[in-house]
Every structure is written in C-alpha cells, then in structure tokens.
Design a protein around this ligand. Structure first.
Ligand code: C2E
Ligand code: MG
Ligand code: MG
Ligand code: MG
Length: 295
C-alpha cells in the first residue's frame, strides 16, 4: 500500500520522512497512479457499501443504518474510506463514487422494506465537493424516484465544515433537500469550530455527537458536561441526537440516563456488509439487556 501511504503522507503535510523522502515528481506519480486505480475501481465495481445500525435507546430497537463505503481492492484488500476518500475528493472522483453509494444504499433500503422490516432509514455521508455540485438535487431526486422510495427514509449526513463556508447557498440547498423530503443530520457535531447560529437558521433534523466526546464519557466530567449540554440544547431546538462511537455498556447506560435519543457504535453493531446486516435485522441485539447490571 505504498502509493496510498505516500499520497496520504503528502496530503497531510507530513513530508517529514515518516514514509518516504522523495521528489515532488515521485509524489505526483504516486498520486496519479492511485487516481487511476480509483477510476478502475469504479469501472470494475470494487466498491462496497457497509451498514452500521443506529438504535433508539429508549425503545431498544434498530431505526436505521449508516452507509459506509469500502474499497475491496484486489491489490490492497479492504481499504477504509479514510485512505481513499481524500484523494477521491481532490480529484473529483467523489462525485461518481458518491452517486454510486447513494444509489446502492437506497436500493438496499428498499430491500429491507420489501423484506417486511419496520420502517428504517439509511443515512449517507456527503462530501463538500458533492454538496456544491449543481446536479446534486437532480441526482438525489432521480435516485429516489427511480426506486419509488419514500424520501423520508433517506438521511444525508453533512459536516459543519461543509455547512459553513458558503452559508447562503448552503441554506438554499438544504431547504431544497427538505422540500424533497429528506432528513438532514450534522455529522461529527462539536468538532467543527463553527458558530451555532446555523442550527437556528438551517433545516437540520439531527445532531450526531462526535465520538471524541463519547470515548471518555464515563471518566471525564468535561465530556459529560458537553454531552448533556448538547442534548439539552437539541431538545429545545427540537433536534434529535445520535451518540457516535458507543463502545461500552457504561457509555450506553449514561447516554440513556441523559435521555440521548439514538446510539451508534461497536457495542450496538459494527459496520457490516449488506448480507450480514440483513441477518442482523432478523436477529437484532437486545439493547435493554446490555444496559442491565450497569451502575
Ligand atoms: P463518519 O461518517 O463519522 O462515520 C463513522 C465512522 O466511525 C466509521 O468509520 C465507523 O466505522 C466508525 N465507528 C463506528 N462506531 C465506532 C466505534 O464504536 N468506535 C470507533 N472507534 N469507530 C466507530 P469508517 O467507516 O472508516 O468511515 C470514516 C469516515 O469516512 C466517515 O466518518 C465518513 O466521514 C467517511 N465516509 C465513509 N463512507 C463515506 C461515503 O460513502 N462518502 C463520503 N463522502 N464519506 C464517507
Ligand atoms: Mg457519518
Ligand atoms: Mg461521524
Ligand atoms: Mg466524519
């Protein structure tokens, strides 16, 4: 995975010899090479969408899933998004990849419904590059109407950094997405250094509290202060709250006490391939029993 490593080292400004000392030429050759591999990956359909369940903490049931892309490369095996999404964004390949993820995730959601599952949403991550693309609305509307899908079942995850730069245009796009019937959530909430005023003006439905606030929730009183404050604020603003990165029973119990609406994390289910997720839906885990005996 040398090319990917080299590319990432460069992009993160770590030209500091951790991976390689090399010329600008070698770096751009590596980048071009990776870019070609990503193009081929799209052509040869090497991407997969995995699904991670979101649970309603009060009811203890699965309410939906987040779609997370993976690249099953014959050369590098299973590549996580952190290792190719940045390059896909830089090269614009995120547009066709993102569209493929959207379509695949919506198709999968339709399968769940046809299998007689209770209503479930699927949430899809959007990159800034996709978001500013003129065709975005048309693309999404097309996918949903092709599949005859209830648009309410599609949630789009946006980050604060994506929302902020061009606030007026963003507002129009978000309003248009709401008119189409989609749900909107703010991903990695709390990490974006942005003003909170957008929460008042933008038609957001859900805040996803970043996993960095959840990790030490039971040991760090600053984290629990922040998490309870976010939940209180969200309730007043009529937003729902998802805690990301829930890994322990202790975290889940505390979040339940704080009246957090939803949980996502390894404790409740790791991201899994589509077939595995369908099996998971048949035999979901008992969230209530997970919280028993925890003080
Ligand atoms: P994200 O949207 O914040 O997704 C959550 C990430 O946290 C996922 O990593 C997930 O596997 C991981 N995670 C879930 N539960 C836990 C937990 O309990 N503990 C820990 N340590 N991690 C947990 P993943 O799948 O590697 O994705 C990383 C990021 O890549 C995503 O962060 C998202 O920003 C981006 N991404 C993934 N799929 C797509 C996509 O289709 N399009 C775009 N534009 N970005 C994507
Ligand atoms: Mg996300
Ligand atoms: Mg996140
Ligand atoms: Mg993220």
């Amino acid at each position: 995975n040398a090319d990917a490593g080299m590319y990432m080292a460069k992009r993160q400004g770590r030209n500091n010899y951790r991976f390689y000392v090399h010329s600008a030429n070698a770096a751009s050759a590596a980048r071009l090479n990776m870019e070609n591999k990503l193009r081929q990956a799209l052509e040869f359909e090497e991407f997969e969408v995995w699904y991670q369940p979101r649970f309603d903490i009060r009811k203890g049931i699965v309410v939906g899933a987040e779609a997370l892309v993976r690249w099953r490369s014959p050369e590098f095996s299973l590549v996580p998004p952190a290792q190719f999404i940045p390059l896909a964004e830089d090269t614009g390949l995120i547009i066709p990849i993102g569209e493929w993820v959207l379509r695949t995730a919506c198709q999968e959601n339709q399968r769940w419904q046809r299998a007689g599952e209770p209503p479930l949403h699927v949430s899809v991550n959007l990159s800034a590059r996709q978001f500013i693309q003129e065709d975005l609305l048309i693309t999404i509307e097309q996918i949903v109407s092709d599949l005859n899908m209830d648009p309410h079942r599609l949630e789009l995850e946006l980050t604060e950094s994506l929302i902020m730069p061009n606030a007026e245009d963003t507002l129009e796009t978000l309003k248009a997405l709401k008119r189409l019937g989609m749900q909107l959530s703010v991903d990695d909430f709390g990490t974006g250094y942005s003003s909170l005023s957008y929460l008042k003006r933008f038609p957001i439905d859900t805040l996803k509290i970043d996993q960095s606030f959840i990790r030490d929730l039971n040991h760090d009183s600053d984290d629990s202060t922040l998490v309870t404050a976010i939940i209180a604020m969200a309730q007043k603003l009529r937003l729902t709250v998802v805690a990301e990165g829930v890994e322990t029973r202790e975290q889940l119990s505390l979040l339940s006490r704080y009246e957090c609406d939803y949980a996502q994390g390894y404790l409740c289910g790791k991201p899994m391939p589509a077939t595995e997720f369908r099996q998971f839906l048949e035999k979901p885990l008992n969230l209530k029993s997970l919280m028993e005996d925890v003080r």
